[in-house]
Design a protein around this ligand. Structure first.
Ligand SMILES: Nc1nc2c(c(=O)[nH]1)N[C@H]1C(S)=C(S)[C@@H](COP(=O)(O)OP(=O)(O)OC[C@H]3O[C@@H](n4cnc5c(N)ncnc54)[C@H](O)[C@@H]3O)O[C@H]1N2
Ligand code: MOO
Ligand code: MG
Length: 604
């Protein structure tokens, strides 16, 4: 309950006219006083934004962490600038349509115009977001219709019940401490096998993706409209001369120079006159044609050295080399006809319409490395210890794929400290990418700790080499997801690419097909490769010969040998060994997951 005590409720007024101070905000203060009566102990804060989807969305996101609830007023109607429901839909993870229905039913008793509200209610992480209409009267009616259920709703969202459960499990802590990860299988004392079924890679990925909570980034992008025209003025496509196309070619008097960035000149051109003009500069309204420098000849210079007379060597035609207003992007048009979530695409296209935004929400991630043997790379060597490579590797992989970790921690193999650290970490992040401690050793505490923290262990083993003990656990109610990657560095490397990356992309709103690494077909260049009983993902480098791709395995494939990632372009998908096919041989064609953008190491 401690964190609930530190939280606020936000009243967000959405109104162009109030924002421009053309009218007084009555609904915001009214909501504030109504809420203060229902929740006398919770501070109620107010904010005001114009009817701009980016501003509304950003304000909602920025305030969620510290707010139990956000009540918006305004912008829910049918007018073109009413976009509060769209902004709300973009940030919520779970919609609460019945809450909106409860308000609508009450409003219908008063007026049929209630049908003109598009209010949305939903939950983002642990924050309830409710849209109210703009009018003070409607705000009061709507608020009163849900006032009675709000305290209970907020309690549920903040997992009051879950707190009871975790206090309960806290009391039973000692029993969890003795869960032995390898003795549970069939329940028999001599059963020393893992209790977790070893599922195929495809099935594991499907399971992970289907349990993700998907951010509404796609929807939000597809809904963005451009606030400007590009270009905002008629722009010259060439360095040349602007003139009237109705005139003849031949000689023209140069009456001035126009550069990019100059104000639009209103000088009325005659048919025998022209302006010298640069690419990207505004074409004067009286000109309708630009002739490129290459199609002209200077006939006479002024004493100052500036051009006085030029000869136009080609025929003139209307609109030649002029970009009309909005020809690249029209004001009001959809900026993202499809939701391409690449950071390069989103940020640069938004910049082109004058918006600086970090709107694409990324998951909050922590990296945890477990192992009492771990030294940080800057430590001096010590007996019995090894250098921690997984923290750096996972951090760099996240960066490479456009994600980032909020926290990196290294933990010793100790049940209580691992449990305490996870508990704290999970209040700050939604995804934990942990390595080590997931197999069969008596110090492999990750699975027992996850159980003690009320996580469902959805996957405990995968039929793959390396990466067999890959663990995925979720606490769906709290929106928390945990990847327990095997500690061997190559196992962590491979399972990150196969499972963690697709999950992070999927939760960010990527199309499902685009979430895994790209897969290509390659021909094996090695003479013979012995197949393993488990399907194996083998690091290999790729050569392109006349457009055909050939893969050579990168030496010893032990899961402890991180060096096998040096020069690795792909992960070859080798099938499991069978009696009839014990080896892969030169010329076999197999699938390969592409690890990096520069995935071809040589061309012939
Ligand atoms: N009896 C069995 N033993 C093991 C099995 C099994 O099925 N039955 N599975 C093996 C497989 S496969 C793998 S993979 C490993 C996975 O081990 P854990 O996830 O439990 O990881 P740890 O035991 O903590 O460490 C394994 C190995 O990796 C080194 N390590 C760990 N963290 C790091 C790091 N951050 N940087 C560098 N190296 C790290 C650690 O020192 C160990 O050598 O289990 C097998 N055992
Ligand atoms: O599956 Mo482990 O990852 O063999 O090394
Ligand atoms: Mg282990």
């Amino acid at each position: 309950m401690e964190n609930i005590k530190n939280k606020q409720i936000l009243v967000l007024t959405v109104s162009d006219s109030c924002h421009q101070k053309k009218s007084e905000d009555k609904s915001g203060p009214l909501l504030e006083s109504l809420i203060s009566k229902t929740f006398p102990n919770i501070p109620v804060k107010k904010d005001l934004v114009p009817d701009e989807i980016i501003e509304i969305t950003e304000t909602l996101i920025q305030n969620c962490q510290k707010s139990l609830a956000i009540f918006t007023t305004g912008g829910t109607g049918f007018a073109p600038r009413d976009v509060t429901p769209e902004a709300t839909k973009a940030v919520i993870q779970r919609e609460c349509p019945q809450l909106a229905l409860a308000m609508a039913l009450e409003s219908f008793k008063k007026t049929p115009f209630a049908a003109l509200s598009r209010a949305v209610c939903g939950i983002r992480n642990q924050t309830l977001i409710v849209n109210f209409p703009g009018s003070a009267k409607a705000v009061k009616e709507c608020y009163e219709s849900i006032e009675g259920i709000l305290p209970h709703a907020l309690q549920l969202i903040n997992n009051d019940l879950g707190q009871v459960k975790s206090v309960h499990s806290e009391l039973q802590g000692s029993s969890h401490r003795h869960v032995c990860p390898h003795k549970t299988g069939t329940g028999a004392k001599d059963d020393r096998n893992s209790p977790y079924p070893m599922i195929p890679v495809d099935q594991a990925l499907e399971k992970i993706l289907s349990s993700m909570i998907v951010e509404n980034n796609r929807f939000m992008l597809e809904d963005f409209k451009s606030p400007v025209d590009i270009p905002p003025f008629r722009a010259s496509v060439k360095d040349g001369y602007a003139m009237k196309s109705s005139g003849f070619s031949g000689s023209k008097k140069v009456i001035g120079y126009i550069s990019a960035g100059d104000e639009i000149t209103t000088h009325e051109l005659q048919e025998d006159e022209c302006f010298k003009i640069n690419t990207g500069a505004a074409v004067p309204p009286s000109a309708d044609c630009v002739i490129q420098v290459e199609d002209t000849k200077v006939l006479k210079l002024k004493k100052s050295g500036l051009e006085d007379l030029v000869e136009i060597l080609v025929d003139l035609s209307p609109n030649l080399d002029i970009r009309p207003v909005g020809c690249d992007m029209k004001k009001g048009a959809s900026i993202f006809p499809e939701a391409d979530l690449s950071q390069v695409v989103v940020k640069s296209v938004l910049a082109s319409v004058g918006k600086i935004s970090n709107l694409v929400k990324k998951p909050r991630i922590a990296i945890v490395s477990t192992g009492s043997e771990l030294l940080t790379p800057s430590d001096v060597e010590r007996e019995g210890k090894i250098y921690d490579s997984n923290t750096t590797m996972l951090e760099e992989l996240l960066k490479y794929f456009g994600f980032e970790s909020q926290r990196n921690i290294v933990l010793s193999d100790d049940f209580d400290s691992v449990k305490d650290s996870f508990e704290k970490l999970l209040s700050d992040v939604d995804f934990v990418i942990c390595s080590g401690g997931v197999s069969m050793g008596d110090k492999d505490y990750i699975k027992p700790v996850l159980k003690a923290l009320d996580f469902d262990i959805n996957i405990g083993r995968v039929n793959m080499k390396p990466g067999k003990p890959m663990t995925f656990a979720s606490n769906y109610d709290n929106g928390k997801f945990f990847f327990g990657l095997p500690g061997n560095p190559v196992s962590a490397f491979v399972t990150f690419h196969l499972f963690v990356l697709p999950a992070l992309r999927f939760t960010s709103g990527w199309k499902k097909e685009k979430c895994p690494l790209a897969v290509v077909e390659v021909e094996i260049a090695n003479e013979i490769i012995e197949l393993d009983p488990r399907p194996e993902l083998v690091r290999a480098s790729v050569a392109s010969k006349k457009g055909k791709l050939f893969a050579s395995v990168n030496g010893n494939q032990m899961s402890s040998r991180l060096q096998s990632i040096v020069g690795a372009d792909v992960l070859l998908h080798l099938p499991a060994r069978t009696e009839t096919k014990p080896n892969a041989v030169k010329g076999d064609v197999v699938k390969a997951s592409v690890l990096r953008y520069d995935f071809i190491s040589s061309y012939e």
